[in-house]
Design a protein around this ligand. Structure first.
Ligand SMILES: C[S@@+](CC[C@H](N)C(=O)[O-])C[C@H]1O[C@@H](n2cnc3c(N)ncnc32)[C@H](O)[C@@H]1O
Ligand SMILES: [Zn+2]
Length: 138
């Protein structure tokens, strides 16, 4: 069997969108797997209380995996938790069993900030800063 291709190099840096973001440290070709969104696996019945608590602090750390499970990146998260949202993202996510993969939606240049569409549900009160005049709320 061919050895698995290593994941592309990515770095965390200050973002013009919000706080820290994650940037490509090498060119990434369309559809390439970039990183998994890690975090404690929790039942949705438990994650909702955490989501509300984080949201009150202006943060979204919980990623809904399916109707039963979520991943809480505030506990056991990796660099993927710093990937910001964009309404015109260059990444997308793919859920394989309970693993969340962030993948390239198009060819990404070295130095570009990575983003995906959070597809948030619920209160949605955080104004999106992905571009001037964006009216989306996260
Ligand atoms: C998973 S964190 C992303 C990392 C974050 N930038 C940081 O430094 O902690 C998600 C939070 O980042 C902010 N964020 C992400 N994308 C944003 C965007 N397009 N516009 C405004 N805030 C954004 C929101 O506050 C959101 O709760
Ligand atoms: Zn936006």
């Amino acid at each position: 069997m061919a050895p698995a291709r290593p994941l592309p190099r990515i770095v965390r840096k200050k973002s013009r969108l919000h706080g820290f973001g994650v940037f490509a440290a090498e060119p990434i070709t369309k559809n390439r797997r970039i990183v998994t969104y890690d975090g404690e696996l929790v039942r949705n019945s438990e994650s909702e209380e955490r989501e509300d608590r984080y949201f009150d602090e202006g943060c979204i750390w919980v990623f809904r995996v399916n109707r039963a499970w979520s991943r809480d990146a505030n506990v056991g998260g990796n660099i993927a938790r710093f990937i910001n949202h964009s309404c015109t993202p260059n990444c997308y996510y793919e859920i394989v069993d309970k693993t969340i993969w962030i993948r390239a939606a198009r060819n990404i240049r070295r130095g570009e900030e990575l983003s995906y569409d959070y597809n948030t549900i619920g209160e949605r009160t955080i104004p999106c800063l992905c571009r001037p005049g964006c009216t989306t709320r996260l």
